[in-house]
Design a protein around this ligand. Structure first.
Ligand code: NAD
Length: 284
């Protein structure tokens, strides 16, 4: 069983993964390129633990013990002894490939090398290592402490042992796993949400229904917790435009072709909640 986890990248996702791992009892090494990024990541973890403590979901002693299990470093060598490494750096193939080349040199043989990529085929990341059988996708969702799902993604050469170790880790931090057997663009989750968002935006763009009514139809008609246009605003219109374009480029399937209005919104800076305006307006 994995005992020591290393998380590379202390941004939104990496700090969340470090947080749930430490809370589950793992020793965690959190690595980023600057001290400032590590401090931001740790501050986020601290304030999240405080919120859990205030709600009575964690005792102050448990929160303190979890924090004490996290060490930070800007030195990649600090991850060398980990049983399982989770990469959560920027979503750029070249950045991830450079990191996996380095991890392949540094990390002990037999360790699992996992990536939290949302969409990049695992096979393309694994191919730069000498141990593609040990590389696997562990796709967590934001915010990590709250979201129950982990999408496990097999690359072409991912071994059964690696997939089993990834599942043991994800379940160990309290997640429910789904397995994606082929690392197609967008995996399962991003494919589904992209198809729904693209169709919802087309209906909105052509004036068939208002944004509110499209979202209400999905919430009350199908029991979705949130409508697709509100989801696009929350995730970022730019992020979903990028995701749909990637899937469309790979599949040439028209149902993923992003409607024109999405690109125009992104150019104009209407990115959703983070910019204050998307399909809906938000107070900043
Ligand atoms: N944000 C989401 O909702 C979400 C959801 C699921 C998956 N993801 C995926 O998770 C990954 C990280 O996303 P994020 O939103 O946390 O990004 P982020 O921009 O918040 O954080 C990325 C971090 O990686 C660090 N970094 C960059 N290169 C590094 C390197 N070589 N070594 C160590 N650290 C490095 C950066 O300094 C930054 O702190 C991406 O692949 C993304 O697609 C994101």
């Amino acid at each position: 069983m994995a005992k020591q986890i290393a998380v590379v990248g202390a941004g939104l996702m990496g700090s969340g993964i470090a947080q749930v791992s430490a809370q589950a009892g793992y020793q965690v090494v959190l690595r980023d390129v600057t001290d400032a990024a590590l401090e931001r990541g740790l501050a986020g973890i601290r304030s999240s633990y405080e919120r859990f403590t205030a709600k009575g979901k964690l005792t102050a002693a448990e929160a303190e013990a979890a924090l004490a299990r996290i060490t930070t470093s800007t030195d990649l060598d600090a991850v060398a002894d980990a049983d399982l490494v989770v990469e959560a750096v920027f979503e750029q193939l070249e950045v991830k490939q450079e990191l996996f080349r380095a991890l392949d040199r540094i990390v002990r043989p037999g360790a699992v090398l996992a990536t939290n990529t949302s969409a990049i085929p695992i096979t393309r990341i694994a191919a730069v290592t000498e141990r593609p059988e040990s590389v696997v996708g562990v796709h967590f969702f934001s915010p990590v402490p709250m979201m129950q799902l982990c999408e496990l993604v097999r690359g072409y050469k991912t071994s059964d042992e690696t997939l089993a170790a990834a599942r043991e880790f994800a379940e160990g931090v309290g997640k429910t796993c789904v397995v994606v057997n082929r690392d197609v663009a967008g995996f399962v989750t991003t494919r589904l949400i992209s198809a729904l968002v693209v169709e919802a935006v087309k209906l909105y763009e052509s004036g068939v229904a208002s944004a509110e009514d499209i979202d209400t139809a999905c919430r009350l008609g199908f029991g979705h917790a949130m409508g697709p246009l509100a989801t696009a605003d929350l995730t970022g219109v730019d992020i979903l435009l990028h995701a749909a374009r990637n899937i469309y480029d790979e599949t040439q399937d028209e149902k993923f072709a992003p409607p024109e209005i999405m690109a125009r919104m992104v150019t104009a800076g209407d990115l959703g909640r983070k910019s204050g305006q998307g399909f809906y307006s938000y107070e900043k």
